[in-house]
Ligand binder design. Structure first.
Ligand SMILES: [Zn+2]
Length: 319
């Protein structure tokens, strides 16, 4: 299901109807907005076998949904194995993945008119991969459709950016999310609560609505940060130590805290309804500094081998 982004969807639909599909698109904007879902729906729309496109029921639509369509390649950073088992989110898209894609694109299509590729988290392409990808953009072989999805497109080579048709995605309003949740059958209080936590991101809102356990976890993490705010430094460091022992949870926890502080900041600036009781001694500058530190830590953990405990201690001092 796609919430919001009507303009973007209509634009893509029109391009397909008029047979004016670009060779390469860049879908950019914050995470959890539904960019990848819209990219997949667009590929379905182009390849659907029924008049009411995309039907979601024909063989093409079903195969595309299952990522089993021979004329569609989806590339993402490969997951890493955590030291204690389990898996961590991937950090990089490597040149090997792009070379494999080039090979795929050079083959004749099986059934589609256009061979397509979606590169999710495109900013994770390392330098080598980006240079290699540039060749695909410069010398397309046959009819191909490339969709890059990125939260931070500024890290892509300018030569890549200049060759793409850009479609921007933004967060939805608090009211839009609440309205959609009510339509899905959520009770008013729950819809308001999720709308606030999800910060305009439909992907998060739907996940929290369909998974009460995840919602409880998020609320627990918010309670923890509220408690840390008034705790002394030794308690905070002890907490950082415990949290650092589960590095696979860290990106999600930092994401929840970022949203929590951003909400607090917006409330201070009177942009949004949010209880700031726990942050009453926090100035706008302090909240901004915390958000900056959170961003640094998230980058450190996502892109380097930084020690999670030391990174978290940075935040504990800033609080
Ligand atoms: Zn179909």
């Amino acid at each position: 299901m796609i919430l919001g982004h009507k303009k973007q969807q209509q634009f893509l639909k029109k391009s397909a109807e008029l047979d004016r599909i670009s060779h390469a698109y860049l879908f950019h904007g914050p995470s959890h907005l539904g960019k990848k879902t819209i990219a997949v729906e667009f590929i379905k729309l182009i390849n659907c076998q029924n008049p009411n496109k995309p039907c979601g029921k024909c063989r093409s639509c079903e195969d595309i949904q299952k990522n089993a369509y021979p004329d569609l390649t989806v590339i993402e950073p490969e997951a890493r194995t955590a030291s204690k088992g389990g898996s961590l989110p991937g950090r990089e898209i490597k040149i090997g993945q792009i070379k494999k894609l080039q090979k795929e694109l050079s083959l004749c299509s099986y059934q589609a008119k256009i061979k397509a590729a979606i590169i999710n988290k495109a900013e994770c392409m390392n330098q080598e991969a980006q240079n290699c990808f540039l060749k695909t953009l410069e010398e397309p072989k046959g009819k191909t459709l490339l969709i890059l999805i990125a939260e931070h497109p500024e890290t892509l080579l300018p030569t890549i950016l200049s060759r793409m048709e850009k479609i921007k995605f933004s967060t939805l309003s608090y009211q839009e999310i609440e309205k959609h949740l009510l339509a899905l059958g959520a009770e008013e209080k729950l819809a308001q609560e999720i709308a606030l936590i999800s910060e305009g991101r439909p992907g998060i809102a739907i996940e929290l609505f369909s998974n009460p356990q995840r919602l409880a976890e998020q609320k627990q993490r918010i309670k923890e940060i509220m408690r840390l705010v008034s705790a002394d430094i030794s308690f905070r460091f002890q907490y950082a130590k415990t949290l650092a022992q589960s590095p696979e949870d860290l990106p999600k926890v930092l994401d929840i805290w970022t949203r929590c502080f951003r909400n607090a900041l917006l409330a201070k600036l009177e942009v949004k309804e949010f209880s700031t009781t726990n942050f009453k001694n926090y100035s706008v500058i302090k909240l901004k500094n915390i958000l900056k530190t959170l961003q640094i830590i998230r980058d450190l953990i996502a892109k380097t081998n930084a020690n999670p405990k030391l990174a978290l201690e940075m935040l504990m001092i800033e609080l």
